[in-house]
Write a protein that binds this ligand. Structure first.
Ligand SMILES: [Fe+2]
Length: 360
């Protein structure tokens, strides 16, 4: 369905549903669904539940991003009730890669990185082989300045990345290397949601994650993953990896030097190589970052906003901010690429030896 026909249809829907405004800029995201301020309904999202369900069913897998505004989402619990009301189970963060707090019932804080740091755009858990199809955000408190959750259409990123680069990534795929603990990254127990080594081992085996226990007792993992992916419901191809985040070139020079002053390349908290263990060129990652920037859309949060993203169709990030900011997250509809594709992706790691050198 083209965005034009969506506009025609959404116009019809607006007329059918008094009190709701639907706006969508051509070829842009998100679709904005706004409850009129002067409605006297006290419990707006529940009152409009049926129409919200219809809007999600019609547009989520097409536009990929829907922003609900003015529906009086009150707090974390109300957000949980909203997500749950569509009959979906909220997922746990399995094999997570960033610090965040579980607020209960599958509602998490967004990544707890300092306010001055930008989180580059990414699709949630694109650095592994299973991920949620939906990610939901709820702005409880908007920062006094900044703190946006910028988004970008991963289909457009896929289509606009230089074909030679895309084919190289698709052919070689990516090997993510992670080192846990040592005060530099989250402990393995947090990543695997367990203190029990056998549970972590079983998870790793099922997900083709190679475990390596180091002499100091800490863990290193390697996993071979996709660079692009085909959406299981729309069949569209999307750019789907976190190479530009995991690569050491994502760190600013002072942090990079500080880290390399503490540990060897192979012990960095996170890094990524081509699937054959060879180094990914920084210039190529910069080109990829440029394409992502080109399609990035940013808007200020309003307290009470809820945004639903198709996690494969749309990437998200976080801008710097000032003041207090609380944005919580939930994920639904797990997708397991190993179960879906069998081993046609051949995600079993060969004996790879990552390059140990880095040149900026
Ligand atoms: Fe994220």
């Amino acid at each position: 369905m083209s965005h034009d026909s969506i506009l025609e249809r959404s116009g019809d829907l607006s007329q059918l549903v008094p009190g709701i405004l639907i706006s969508h800029e051509k070829d842009n995201i998100p679709l904005l669904i706004e409850c009129e301020k002067n409605t006297n309904l006290s419990n707006r999202w529940r009152d409009y539940h049926q129409v919200i369900q219809k809007i999600i069913t019609r547009y989520q897998r097409d536009i990929g991003a829907i922003l609900f505004r003015g529906f009086k989402f009150i707090d974390d619990n109300d957000f949980y009730d909203f997500v749950k009301s569509f009959g979906l189970d909220l997922l746990r963060y399995e094999f997570g890669s960033t610090p965040r707090s579980h607020l209960g019932n599958g509602v998490y804080t967004s990544t707890e990185y300092p306010a001055h740091q930008v989180i580059p755009l990414h699709n949630e858990q694109a650095y592994t082989l299973s991920w949620p199809l939906n990610i939901w955000f709820h702005c409880v408190t908007a920062a006094s300045r900044g703190g946006h959750t910028p988004i970008a259409d991963s289909r457009l990123i896929y289509q606009h990345i230089n074909r030679t680069i895309r084919e190289r990534f698709e052919k070689k795929r990516l090997m993510y290397v992670r080192n846990y603990g040592n005060g530099l990254d989250i402990p393995w127990q947090q990543a695997f949601n367990t203190d029990d080594i056998s549970v972590a081992q079983a998870y790793a085996k099922n997900n083709k994650i190679q475990l390596e226990w180091k002499e100091d007792g800490e863990l290193r993992t390697r996993q071979l993953c996709q660079a692009t992916a085909q959406h299981p419901l729309t069949n569209e191809w999307v750019w789907f990896n976190q190479a530009h985040l995991f690569h050491i070139s994502n760190l600013n020079e002072s942090v990079r030097e500080m880290l390399l002053g503490c540990v060897d390349m192979q012990d960095l908290p996170r890094n990524v190589y081509y699937g054959d263990g060879s180094e990914i060129e920084t210039s190529i990652l910069d080109e990829i970052r440029g394409v992502i920037d080109e399609f990035t859309v940013s808007f200020p949060w309003q307290p009470g906003d809820v945004m639903l993203l198709d996690n494969m169709l749309v990437a998200h990030g976080r801008g710097t901010f000032e003041g207090e900011r609380k944005v919580v997250v939930a994920m639904t509809e797990p997708f397991d690429s190993i179960a879906a594709n069998g081993d046609s992706q051949n995600t079993t790691l060969e004996d790879t030896s990552p390059s140990l050198e880095y040149s900026a």
